[in-house]
Design a protein around this ligand. Structure first.
Ligand SMILES: [Fe+2]
Length: 133
């Protein structure tokens, strides 16, 4: 998955975090392709999940700071993903295999693309008008 301008929400600080998420997703993808072992894959997945939480927290802080009207529904999308990802992680710890890895990759990639191009793009004008760059 390559970063491209269509993924930009027009706020440099957020774009940087999204780029990092793409990078972590790619690290995981590369390790799956290279047939890395369960520990290695679980570690990369954990890194991706941990940074996702940090990123969601940062976004939600900006929502609070600027009284973003859609904050509640956006936070719900974050919470839903966090819950689903915990389930995936649990399965992973039980036993990683190629099918689970591909499913996980596709799920995370699609979620990330949809979320960045949908919900995240929606907050851009609001945050920008409150001086967030
Ligand atoms: Fe978001």
């Amino acid at each position: 998955m390559a970063w491209n301008d269509r993924l930009s929400v027009g706020i440099a600080s957020i774009d940087k975090e999204h780029q990092k998420l793409v990078e972590l997703l790619n690290n995981f993808y590369d390790a799956v392709q290279a047939n890395h072992g369960k520990e290695s894959l679980a570690g990369l997945l954990a890194a991706l999940i941990d940074y996702t939480k940090v990123h969601f927290g940062n976004e939600e802080q900006l929502f609070a700071k600027t009284a973003y009207p859609e904050a509640a529904s956006h936070k719900k999308a974050h919470d839903d993903l966090a819950r689903q990802v915990l389930e995936i992680q649990k399965k992973y710890l039980k036993g990683a295999n190629a099918t689970l890895s591909i499913e996980t990759l596709n799920f995370l990639k699609n979620w990330l693309l949809d979320h960045i191009q949908g919900a995240d793009r929606k907050y851009a004008p609001h945050l920008t008008s409150h001086g967030i760059r």
